[in-house]
Design a protein around this ligand. Sequence first.
Ligand code: HEM
Length: 169
Amino acid sequence: MQSLQQKASEYSGVDQNDAFAIDEINLFEKLGLQTFIDLSTNFYNRVYEDEEEWFRSIFANSKKDDAIQNQYEFFVQRMGGPPLYSQRRGHPALIARHRPFPVTLRAAERWLLHMQQALDSVTAIDADSKTKMMNFFRHTAFFLVAGDELKAQNQHVPCKHATKKNAPV
Ligand code: HEM
């Protein structure tokens, strides 16, 4: 069976070496905290103003300021900075934390569109860092899609432990 990482590479078209090229340099030291805050603020401003209601509504139960902080603290810690996210929220557990949301192929593409535009808007991010970050984001987004599909499959897998054979579900 394909691993979630393999599925993420297949769906995203980004291989694992490119996805984790963010680890070849310390992007936090290179770009600084304020750049990450600017990126997440720019990203979530776009998300919360999205003309596509179906996408905007995925975030309807989250406060924008909290979402911004969750995101930039995670990026900072994942890209070489202090563990701000885990100190406040615990292990990132990305698939588990996205479980309540419909992380479909379509949602991933829209998330990535906003993120590409946010990266392009924050002028402090140079072209090489942008490429590395986008590859990481793209691979992670489709990793989450693969995780979401697993959740959908689980709901429909008949399980002998829960119900008798041929019993109506
Ligand atoms: C694929 C499409 C995606 C969708 C639809 C999605 C949706 C969401 C939503 C609705 C939240 C809740 C907002 C909040 O309260 O923080 C969230 C949180 C979060 N997302 Fe995503 N996300 C996606 C991709 C990603 C990617 C690619 C990453 C990382 C590279 C990511 C990292 C996070 C983090 C760190 C949080 C905060 C979790 C928490 O502390 O509860 N997400 N996401």
